[in-house]
Design a binder for this molecule. Sequence first.
Ligand code: TXA
Ligand code: MG
Length: 305
Amino acid sequence: MTRVFSDQNLDEVASVLASGEPVAIPTETVYGLAAPIFNEVAVQKIFSLKGRPSDNPLIAHVSSISMAESIAQEIPESFYLLAKRFWPGPLTLVLPRKECVPKLVSAGQGSIAIRMPAHPIALNLIEQVGEPLVAPSANISGRPSPTCLAHVLEDFEGKLSAVVDGGVCQIGIESTVLSLLSDVPVLLRPGSITKQQLEEALGLEILLPQSSEPVHSPGMKYRHYAPNGAINIVDSVPSLPAGAFVLSRDPIDGIQHRALNAKELFAHLREADILGAEEIWVLTDPITMASTGLMNRLLKAASKV
Ligand code: TXA
Ligand code: MG
């Protein structure tokens, strides 16, 4: 049976985590499936529960800069600048890892991805457990990330001993991931903190991963965020079948649609599955949307690989 907790009984949740049972917890981006970083048995359970490929590393969630320093080394000045500016918040920074980080967590990489979540429940639990919590998104691998407790239960009801209800996630797509492994930072995953904001904070240009280079962020090579129906991204309204499942920023004459925005995207993709939609029509201008976190998730959801 899966027990549902709230912010009223986090002490109990902290003891479930400390006992080595993964727990789904809210963050400001999406729900995460959390376990203490140094508990390898618990970390292995996360991979098994999600059906996650073992070459896809996890993000460590910290509640302080010193906690980040306990798992990373050779930390550049740019880390401190960005952490001061954007933490707690939806920015994940990739740094060289210390030897103490279990290999399982970093999936064989010499690096560790770290972020400080801006959610009081997540921060409270990290503090109580007293070590970083690793947490991938709390969905079965390949499914859209969960942005409320009902989504978590769709995937894991009966399979987790505990979940924490923290309401609807404010941001709705996963954190921006930035690698600080080389002198010029590389944006591995776009998110609500934009390339431009990062460049302004650093005072230098950052790079996008080169497709000719080996995969920087292993997770980006897998199909993600995908509903069962086919996603069609179009920039003008085709003649749609009656009852078509449509996402659009703006109203369209005579057609019922759902709002297209980052906060609600994954909820709508899950809803399309529940309704059995075979086609999902997304009405948007791909040029103006290019390189946004929302467009990145849509393109991944639409691709069949
Ligand atoms: O907003 C988020 O980041 C959410 C919440 C729960 O914090 N977490 C999340 O985790 O999205 P996950 O596991 O679904 O995505 C982690 C991404 C993957 O694309 C993974 O490959 C990349 O971060 N990543 C993790 N460690 C890395 C590393 N050492 N080097 C490069 N990429 C890494
Ligand atoms: Mg994920």
